[in-house]
Design a binder for this molecule. Structure first.
Ligand SMILES: Nc1ncnc2c1ncn2[C@@H]1O[C@H](COP(=O)(O)OP(=O)(O)OP(=O)(O)O)[C@@H](O)[C@H]1O
Ligand SMILES: [Mg+2]
Length: 234
């Protein structure tokens, strides 16, 4: 469904992603793990068109999207939940969700999608009039995921959804990601919580200093000695 081939992405003179190849099949949950600065967020932003690779190719459903605008990439069905949530703090929960649906035409569809989000996250329904900035960290993460779902994506890019959350909330977020995937949305998940991410994912890639150093099924990576030492604290 998604293919990255030989992607190099720079910030000015700094090469953050140094020639990576990644594939995500339809219906999969695939994770990217790696330490701080490995290039995980840069990779997601290259997929969503926010950053342009200096070389290489990104294709989605067989179509070259390397030079497609971020707005049109959302229209093709890829929606990103950015690192740090980035919800609109001065807008209500409802308004935040509506912002995610700016490309959706018709009130009927808007209503159906809102209902789906409130089904996944009942707390957002209860707090629909509350300002985004006054939600707890976990609720803000739910709102960020809900907002990304409002455009009806085929693929969700999640950047560290569990960061800074209490273990009980982390469990809830991971269960919801599974539910979203079960409902037919393909997921590319970036996580520092490697254990939970690999357990949830069919396949995973390990990124180190802008390069893929290891890849395999979630099970294989959970059993990999280097991965255990570097990322699972074993
Ligand atoms: N705006 C920027 N300008 C210059 N360098 C940047 C910028 N953003 C990221 N980098 C550099 O690019 C490299 C990859 O950063 P990136 O944010 O992709 O890492 P990451 O794997 O997401 O890390 P983290 O786990 O800390 O979120 C790092 O060396 C970082 O310092
Ligand atoms: Mg990051």
């Amino acid at each position: 469904m998604l293919r990255l081939e030989g992607i190099h992405t720079f910030y000015g003179p700094i090469e953050a992603v140094k020639g990576i190849d990644i594939e995500v099949g339809q219906g999969e949950i695939v994770c990217l793990i790696g330490s701080n600065g490995a290039g995980k967020s840069t990779t997601l932003m290259t997929i969503s068109g926010i950053l342009r690779p200096r070389s290489g190719r990104v294709s989605f459903e067989g179509r070259d999207i390397t030079n497609v605008s971020p707005h049109d990439i959302v229209g093709l069905g890829i929606s990103q939940v950015p690192e740090g949530r980035r919800i609109f703090p001065r807008l209500t929960v409802m308004e935040n969700l509506e912002m995610g649906a700016y490309s959706v035409v018709g009130n009927g569809q808007l209503k159906t999608r809102l209902e789906k989000v409130f089904e996944l996250f009942p707390v957002l329904g209860e707090r629909r009039k509350q300002l985004g900035g006054t939600l707890s960290g976990g609720e803000q993460q739910m709102l960020a995921i809900g907002r990304a779902l409002m455009c009806g994506p085929k693929m969700l890019l999640l950047d560290e959804p569990s960061l800074g959350l209490a273990p009980i909330i982390v469990g809830k977020i991971f269960r919801v990601i599974k539910e979203i995937n079960d409902a037919g949305v393909t997921v590319l998940l970036v996580e520092q919580n490697a254990h939970a991410a690999l357990k949830l994912s069919r396949r995973g890639y390990v990124l180190e200093s802008g390069r893929v150093t290891t890849q395999g099924t979630g099970q294989e990576l959970l059993g990999n000695e280097q991965v255990k030492k570097a990322y699972l604290g074993e």
